[in-house]
Design a protein around this ligand. Structure first.
Ligand SMILES: Nc1ncnc2c1ncn2[C@@H]1O[C@H](COP(=O)(O)OP(=O)(O)OP(=O)(O)O)[C@@H](O)[C@H]1O
Length: 285
């Protein structure tokens, strides 16, 4: 697989939190989902990858070359977009666009104009007049206007209504398909990224215990369901399970499904299943 970015031994230590050592690859031309509970370290990882808050230790390579985050060229190639619009609140949309576009040589004015129309954002509106959802969409346009190759999105759809989230994902897919662009998106809406991400990185307590191509991971495991009082086979291939009054549900390595009783219901896992049973070991059921 061709990687746009590679993190080697990335570490950041805060007083009460340690990220890493992280060793991950970000595949080129794909949407990568970054999934973890609150406080798992997703923002710290994305900021380290983008150089907004560089890792205290370790290297980041872009297209196979170690990044010098002081090099201005790298800033044109990638962007980190938080879910918080940082802009003078009395600026109009037009003034904000003029301001940000003046910082970039390769600003795509016509793409931004089309997107403003699609998102129904009026150029004469002041930033403080925009609704929360409009601010988030405008924030996305400000981050993408210079058409970066790698987009690091930090929980970009938190607080958006479902139609706006759909618009947002449509925009993202159109953006990535245009050229071989790559996106990393941290999100709590696992179900929504399920259909659009090709690669996934799960985070827990500052580490990345599970990552890979979504289809490969989904083929490696099966979710099973058994009646609640059933004895669970003693095999290390069952990674975790949860018993409720209705059923015992868990995850098993695909090559060991024959160790389950033949009346077990066996399904392909979703990203939520992988997160709950492989990463969190059923502890957040
Ligand atoms: N600048 C900082 N100084 C000290 N601790 C920090 C700093 N930034 C983040 N942390 C801590 O690092 C941990 C990870 O935070 P981070 O924001 O990376 O998690 P997250 O997975 O993005 O969480 P969420 O889903 O809630 O946004 C948290 O315990 C947080 O308190």
């Amino acid at each position: 697989m061709n990687n746009i970015m590679e993190v080697h031994n990335g570490r950041t230590n805060y007083k009460e939190f340690q990220l890493g050592p992280i060793d991950i690859d970000i595949p080129k031309g794909m949407i990568t989902a970054l999934i973890g509970r609150n406080g798992a370290g997703k923002t710290t990882l994305l900021k380290g990858m983008s150089g907004i808050s560089p890792f205290q230790d370790g290297d980041v390579a872009y297209n196979g070359t170690k990044i010098d985050f002081l090099d201005p060229n790298i800033r044109t190639k990638m962007t980190y977009i938080s879910n918080d619009l940082q802009m003078y609140s009395d600026f109009t949309v037009k003034q904000a666009l003029n301001f940000i576009s003046s910082l970039h040589k390769n600003w795509d004015h016509s793409w931004v104009k089309d997107m403003l129309i699609m998102f129904q954002i009026q150029p004469h509106h002041q930033i403080h007049e925009l609704s929360k959802g409009m601010k988030m969409k405008f924030n996305l346009l400000l981050g993408l206007g210079h058409q970066p190759e790698l987009v690091l999105l930090d929980e970009p759809t938190d607080g958006l209504d479902s139609i706006s989230r759909q618009q947002f994902f449509d925009l993202l897919q159109g953006y990535i398909e245009k050229e071989q662009r790559s996106v990393v998106i941290s999100t709590h809406y696992t179900k929504e990224v399920e259909s659009i991400c090709d690669y996934v990185i799960f985070m827990k307590n500052g580490a990345t215990p599970l990552y890979g191509e979504v289809e490969t991971l989904k083929e490696s495991y099966k979710v099973f369901s058994l009646p609640p009082n059933e004895t669970i086979p003693k095999t290390t291939a069952i990674l975790s399970f949860v018993t409720s009054t209705v059923e015992t549900k868990g995850i098993i390595q695909s090559d060991a499904v024959t160790s389950l009783p033949d009346y077990a219901i066996v399904k392909k896992p979703t990203l939520d299943d992988l997160f709950l049973f492989v990463v969190e070991k059923g502890e957040i059921a």
